[in-house]
Design a protein around this ligand. Structure first.
Ligand SMILES: Cc1cc2nc3c(=O)[nH]c(=O)nc-3n(C[C@H](O)[C@H](O)[C@H](O)COP(=O)(O)OP(=O)(O)OC[C@H]3O[C@@H](n4cnc5c(N)ncnc54)[C@H](O)[C@@H]3O)c2cc1C
Ligand code: SF4
Length: 328
């Protein structure tokens, strides 16, 4: 591993200042992704600014009835929090479906959002990869891409965004709060992760020196129910082949509000706006769910070996919508 310096930040201002002063600096959350990438030689920071001890470790109610989640709240604590379990069950379920108990005890909210793709070429420095080394090519497009994107990919990158938590947050209309050298700003989670285009080295819209300070959850419509479903190769310790987060309200058999997001299919959590359009105001039947999900997945462009993910996502989403609206 390349030698690096270490700084334990005491305040967000100190963290941002230190990061802005050193282009080779990166923030360290729980380290469960970053340190692995450093061991592999994929990440080679000069300075680690440890933000895991910053006073951003609280989950609290907001005046409008939503929830404020600090960036250093551990994934286990967030999943177990009573307000998350009762008001945003999709978020708790998504967190618990990811990684392992030990990893969740260490992983932070900020780090989870910024974890990097699990594309095998990205993690192997002996291979070309546009995301790790821009301009070197994308061997996954013709190579091992069974687990990779079917939606929104580009000629330059077919990677997927791996966070389960981010998918639930996308369906729940969360907002990411950032603090950087130019002050604070808010970014809706659905606009936080990018599609790869011709600059796949950039996973998100975060700017140099910016720190995630918190994630805000709006209160959600009255009577809303939510859930998260995930399909993977093993029952635990495995990333999503496809996943879905859904939020709905139903009255007299009609869907009043619907929010749907897919995971494991694209370079960002995929908010399913076309499906939502079909669902809104429609009768909650299997026929409606299938029509809605098909309207979204019509945009899928599977690669040679991953068309099965489209079928998987379709089944997962239709089942999830049926279960959710039955519970609403
Ligand atoms: C074996 C294994 C299985 C896994 N399975 C899953 C899974 O099924 N689903 C899933 O979702 N995840 C899974 N994970 C990934 C895990 O969830 C992430 O590693 C973890 O959430 C990252 O959080 P962290 O705090 O450790 O981040 P770190 O590793 O510390 O950081 C990750 C990135 O975020 C940046 N960063 C950290 N905090 C901030 C901040 N506040 N502001 C700005 N930048 C910041 C770092 O600079 C780094 O670039 C798995 C990991 C492993 C090792
Ligand atoms: S899919 Fe993206 S991350 Fe994977 S090899 Fe291609 S450019 Fe690299």
């Amino acid at each position: 591993m390349k030698p690096f310096e270490y700084l334990r930040a005491r305040t967000t201002a100190e963290a941002v200042r230190a990061s802005t002063a050193r282009p080779g600096a990166v923030f360290l959350g729980g380290g469960t992704n970053l340190v692995d990438l450093m061991k592999l030689g994929v990440a080679t920071p000069d300075l680690l600014i440890d933000v895991s001890g910053l006073p951003l470790d609280q989950v609290s109610d907001t005046p409008d009835g939503g929830l404020r989640i600090g960036a250093t709240v551990r994934n286990s604590d967030l999943a177990a929090h009573h307000a998350v379990r009762s008001r945003y069950p999709a978020l708790s379920q998504a967190l618990l479906s990811g990684a392992s108990g030990q990893l969740r005890n260490t992983a932070t909210t900020g780090g989870n959002l910024l974890q990097r793709t699990r594309c095998p070429y990205f993690q192997d420095t002996s291979k070309p990869c546009n995301k790790r080394a821009p301009g070197t090519g994308c061997p996954a497009r013709e190579g091992a891409h069974r687990d990779l994107a079917v939606l929104g990919h580009s000629a330059d990158c077919v990677a997927t965004q791996p966070s389960d938590m981010a998918v639930a947050l996308a369906a729940l209309d969360a907002v990411v709060q950032l603090r950087g050298p130019d002050g604070e700003r808010s970014v809706p989670i659905t606009e936080f992760h990018r599609l790869p285009g011709d600059t796949p080295e950039r996973d998100t819209v975060i700017r140099p020196g910016e720190l995630i300070t918190e994630v805000l959850l709006p209160p959600g419509p009255d009577g809303a129910v939510s859930l998260y479903r995930k399909a993977r190769d093993r029952a635990s310790y495995a990333f999503a082949l496809a996943s879905v987060a859904a939020v709905a309200t139903v009255r007299d058999g009609r869907i009043q509000h619907a929010a749907l997001a897919f995971g494991g299919l694209a370079h960002r959590p995929w908010r399913a706006r076309a499906a939502e359009e079909v669902l809104r105001g429609a009768t909650a039947t299997d026929e409606t769910f299938t029509r809605a999900v098909d309207a979204e997945l019509a945009a899928a462009r599977p690669l040679r070996d991953n068309a099965f993910k489209v079928e998987l996502a379709r089944g997962l989403a239709v089942d999830a919508l049926a279960a959710l609206t039955a519970a609403a």
